[in-house]
Design a protein around this ligand. Structure first.
Ligand code: HEC
Length: 555
């Protein structure tokens, strides 16, 4: 609905422009080879965002273009395909010119109303839709091509892996010495096609554990967090809503479900303040602010409108914001991902105070940067044993299948984690050659190096009593799954064993797998994970739009 209203407004304003153009543009003579008669200046215009994370344009494309051109640019009826032919033959500049002006008489709206950057980003994404161009990171596999790719692909070389070899209980360890050179392979556009869970498909966990479906039919379940009284708070980011689930019935379902709050702004992070058994507030990380609601144990609906606590950098790019308090309740941490794949913050104002963990007083005052160069810390958790803040981080794309690894790490105050000029091990990103030599030695090696492109999202420390003793204090993290890898990886819940020390050794373990149908199709994508009062784990999944429960039965 919203979508069509917007189109209508843009279309109406373009109608007037088109009229003016019509009067002043001479009728062109013979057809030339230019795309929709684009002027020569359009053809040669350079895409300032060429080579950057094509995924940035994905959501804009879905919101603005997919309704007509199809989710994969396939076209329909008299709406042209964008994956081949004319569009892929046009230069970026010609496409920019055409998209900006539209062709209202023929049903193509003008997009001059959306920011220039977004128009360029859509074009990057159109290239992904269009398939490979030699030497470019824009390689898009259709679901069918992806299936064939995996059929032909050799087994991955350890310690790297892919979905075909993920198996509950397998331990993995990646070290800096394992990292390939940048561009050792080409870079793939291999986003999944999400399909309904096939009959008989189920999740696999180590022996002694079992998986049940706790809740289904949700809209967009993302972060999940357990309140001190044992209720489960779930952010439905796209719906701007926070839900609350209470209890687990004998057949493994919620006893009660409520909507805690609506009309938020892409909420993600949820945390309770002050820390301890009797919170007075629940804090929520919107994409551009932190707000809080008065809260007492047992509330399932907000009793007052949200109070604005702090503005945080919003805008395009990574939209999730997690919020956590230090164990003593004196510091509030907010994780803010980058606006882009690898834009230089020195020259890109939109990157200011992004790719950081920010620190505030609990009332939202005195913002400072706690740690920087963390491209996208989606999930945060406090380690009760050490008091340290930990992050689950998405690293950058388009350097090849096995670069740059995602990671999970404790976060050092003032620490620099590399982005965008460097990456782990003091490696310079080739796209920022020669910049910031003084930072090379400062790049911190993260505690646990994960598979590149895994998309590591929510994390939690296991403080339950149900699992065997060796799980006490371990980390569980949700790996949403890759798009930038030729054979997909991730799409699993992992365990990071801390061996009761509070510290990681660098290893992690596949824990719950089975979301992938084949290299082109998946039926689920884990996002958040939390520990229930009975010691089971609840895992949100925005692919099948449900919540899974993993418990230990010993059988
Ligand atoms: C309301 C439906 C609609 C929407 C929304 C729409 N388009 Fe179009 N688009 C069309 C139609 C219809 C045409 C064919 C116009 C013609 O016949 O010349 C077209 C043509 C195009 C072409 C030229 C293709 C060719 O082969 O000549 C490109 C490129 C394009 N659109 C890109 C986009 C992008 C990018 C977006 C989103 C920002 C978008 N369109 C949104 C309807 C739409």
């Amino acid at each position: 609905m919203k979508f069509f209203i917007r189109i209508a407004t843009i279309a109406a304003s373009f109608a007037m422009l088109a009229f003016a153009l019509h009067l002043t543009t001479p009728i062109s003579g013979a057809q030339n080879a230019a795309f929709h008669n684009a002027p020569a200046s359009a053809k040669s215009a350079k895409n300032p965002f060429q080579g950057q994370d094509a995924e940035a344009g994905h959501s804009v494309y879905q919101n603005r273009c997919a309704a007509c051109h199809g989710p994969a640019g396939e076209g329909a009826g008299n709406i042209p395909s964008l994956t081949a032919g004319k569009t892929q033959g046009a230069s970026d500049g010609e496409l920019f010119w055409y998209i900006t002006k539209g062709d209202l008489n023929n049903g193509m709206p003008s997009w001059e109303g959306i920011p220039e950057k977004e128009r360029w980003e859509i074009i990057n994404f159109l290239r992904v839709l269009g398939g490979s161009k030699p030497g470019s990171p824009r390689v898009r596999l259709s679901a069918e091509e992806a299936v064939a790719t995996a059929a032909e692909a050799p087994a991955p070389k350890a310690p790297f892996t892919d979905y075909r070899y993920e198996k509950p209980g397998v331990t993995r360890k990646i070290t800096l010495a394992d990292l390939p050179e940048p561009f050792a392979t080409s870079s793939s556009g291999n986003g999944p096609q999400v399909v309904a869970r096939p009959e008989n498909a189920w999740l696999q966990v180590p022996a002694g554990f079992k998986v049940e479906l706790y809740a289904s039919g949700l809209n967009d379940p993302r972060l999940i967090r357990t309140a001190p009284n044992g209720d489960f708070f779930v952010a439905e980011s796209r719906k701007d809503t926070i839900l609350v689930f209470r209890g687990i019935t004998a057949d493994g379902k919620p006893q009660q479900t409520e909507t805690f709050a609506t009309d938020l702004h892409h909420p993600f992070g949820i945390t309770f303040y002050p820390p301890g058994p009797n919170p007075q507030w629940v804090y929520v990380g919107n994409t551009d602010s932190v707000v809080r609601f008065p809260y007492k144990n047992g509330d399932m609906k907000a009793t007052a409108p949200p109070e604005h606590i702090a503005d945080i950098p919003g805008g395009s790019g990574h939209v999730t914001r997690d919020v956590q308090f230090s164990l003593d309740g004196k510091k509030m941490f907010v994780s803010v991902g980058s606006a882009s794949n690898i834009d230089d913050p020195d020259t890109t104002p939109a990157e200011k105070n992004r790719a950081d963990v920010l620190e505030f007083n609990p009332d939202g005052s005195a913002m400072r940067v706690f740690a920087y160069g963390i491209r996208n810390c989606v999930g945060m958790a406090l380690n009760a044993k050490t008091g340290e803040l930990w992050c689950s981080v998405n690293e950058r794309d388009a350097l090849g299948d096995n670069l740059v690894p995602d990671y999970i790490t404790h976060v050092q105050e003032g620490g620099f984690y590399g982005w965008p000029w460097w990456y782990m091990g003091g490696h310079q990103d080739p796209r920022h050659k020669g910049k910031h030599p003084e930072l090379q030695s400062k790049v911190i090696t993260p505690d646990v190096i994960l598979q590149p492109h895994n998309a590591s999202l929510g994390m939690t420390f296991y403080d339950g009593k149900q699992f065997p003793k060796e799980y006490a204090g371990d980390i569980f993290a949700a790996e949403h799954g890759s798009w930038n890898k030729s054979v997909r990886v991730g799409y699993e819940l992992i365990r990071v064993p801390l061996h009761q020390t509070g510290h990681a050794t660098g290893e992690y373990e596949d824990f719950m797998t089975g979301f992938v149908v084949d290299n082109g199709h998946v039926w689920g994508r884990p996002v958040g994970v939390t520990v229930a009062p009975d010691g089971s784990l609840l895992v949100t999944d925005d692919g099948s739009k449900s919540i899974w429960r993993v418990s230990y039965t010993g059988k």
